[in-house]
Design a protein around this ligand. Structure first.
Ligand SMILES: [Zn+2]
Ligand SMILES: [Zn+2]
Length: 387
């Protein structure tokens, strides 16, 4: 089965929505215009219930099928936020806002789920209930977590939940997925070393924070090489080092290092936090100073459920003939919080040969819309077939 004909018909309209969103990007929870447009369209489609203000600027709508003998409730989620990047695509519908850009394709995600909501509201060709979820602040703000914290899953009785992300480098409209851990937990740390500053020509009278910090940067690499099981993946990257002095002849009183840790299991995540803390405190003590360790837990590991993943892959294959095995991704994804609350699956849809997401020349590929919309609609119609 190829893409649904209705989405070929709707393509110009959905493309127009997508490009309007692209031109007007909004960051984190500031998706006020976007959320208003989403709510307005869902209203116009005739959704049965529309609720705004879930997870601050999140929008949720309910679409009931022709019948509800199954009692099933499926959540479909798209993200709406843009990134703080200055766009360099030169497109005629490029961002009108300096320093904000839809560089991750969430404009496309929102437009595709709106397209599916329009189709599902028109046809209602399923036995159960669909909940469409539009979340803000996927890019580091934890908007999905806030929607969950607002009780979204319970309030709408969501039983399973699905997500989708476009993927540059994969053929347009093709799909890829994997069961189990898929996207990494993304934690960060900020460590401030405190010593005794002084004259660089008299290091014996100081406690050198730069030596502590430098030693720590190297020792942190042994978490991956010496503490982690070699078959498990982990990334520890120190990304910034900042001294309280910029002088050539001063040993700084304080040095701060920052970085990120990416892991793919709860055990590895806990191990990394423990070892970062021990190494920083231990190294500081070795040189006679102290460390203030601020370890910040970000998005958890995103884990696809076995059953829903197999089903999602089957649906994808029914649309594009095949569904590839996706590789592990060491980036993070806020949808992880929704998958912690309910079983479900997250799939990648090919964006073709474009710049990578988060690049200033990236653009969502509108040619992916029919496949993406069809996947949403088929998830519903195949999971909750009409009687
Ligand atoms: Zn992104
Ligand atoms: Zn994204």
């Amino acid at each position: 089965m190829p893409v649904k004909n209705r989405f070929a018909e709707l393509l110009p309209e959905i493309t127009e929505w997508r490009r309007d969103l692209h031109e007007n990007p909004e960051i984190l929870f500031e998706t006020h215009r976007t959320s208003a447009i989403v709510a307005e369209k869902l209203e116009a489609f005739g959704c049965d219930e529309i609720v705004t203000g879930i997870g601050r600027t999140g929008v949720v709508a309910v679409i009931k099928g022709k019948s509800d003998t199954s009692g099933k409730v499926i959540g479909l989620r798209a993200d709406m936020d843009a990134l703080p990047i200055h766009e360099q695509t030169g497109l005629e519908y490029a961002s009108k806002t300096d320093g904000a850009m839809h560089a991750c394709g969430h404009d496309g995600h929102t437009a595709m789920l709106l397209g599916a909501a329009k189709y599902l509201s028109e046809t209602r060709n399923f036995d159960g209930t669909v909940v469409v979820i539009f979340q803000p602040a996927e890019e580091g703000g934890g908007g999905g977590k806030e929607m969950c914290d607002d009780g979204m899953m319970e309030r709408f009785g969501i039983q399973e939940v699905y997500g989708m992300h476009n993927w540059p480098g994969k053929p347009v409209g093709s799909f890829a997925i994997r069961p189990g851990a898929f996207f990494a937990a993304t934690d960060t740390f900020e460590i401030t070393f405190e010593g005794i500053g002084g004259h660089a020509a008299k290091p014996n009278e100081t406690v050198d924070t730069l030596v502590m910090a430098s030693q720590t940067v190297m020792t942190l690499q042994t978490i991956a090489s010496r503490n982690a099981d070699p078959v498990d993946q982990i990334v520890v990257s120190v990304t910034s080092i900042e001294s309280s002095s910029k002088a050539f002849n001063v040993i700084p009183q304080r040095v701060t290092i920052r970085g990120t840790v990416r892991t793919l299991s709860k055990d590895m995540r806990a191990l990394a936090e423990k070892r970062v803390t021990e190494i920083c405190n231990g190294t500081a003590a070795t040189f006679g100073g102290s460390a203030d360790v601020n370890y910040i837990l970000g998005y958890p590991v995103m884990v696809n459920s076995e059953d829903q993943t197999a089903f999602a892959a089957e649906v994808a294959a029914s649309i594009s003939g095949d569904c590839a095995d996706a590789p592990l991704v060491m980036g993070g994804e806020d949808f992880a919080f929704m998958l912690e609350e309910r079983p479900g699956a997250y799939i990648l849809v090919g964006n073709g040969d474009t710049a990578m997401v988060h690049h200033p020349e990236y653009n969502f590929n509108d040619d992916a819309i029919p496949a993406g919309c069809s996947w949403w609609a088929e998830i519903v119609e195949q999971r909750m077939p009409a009687g």
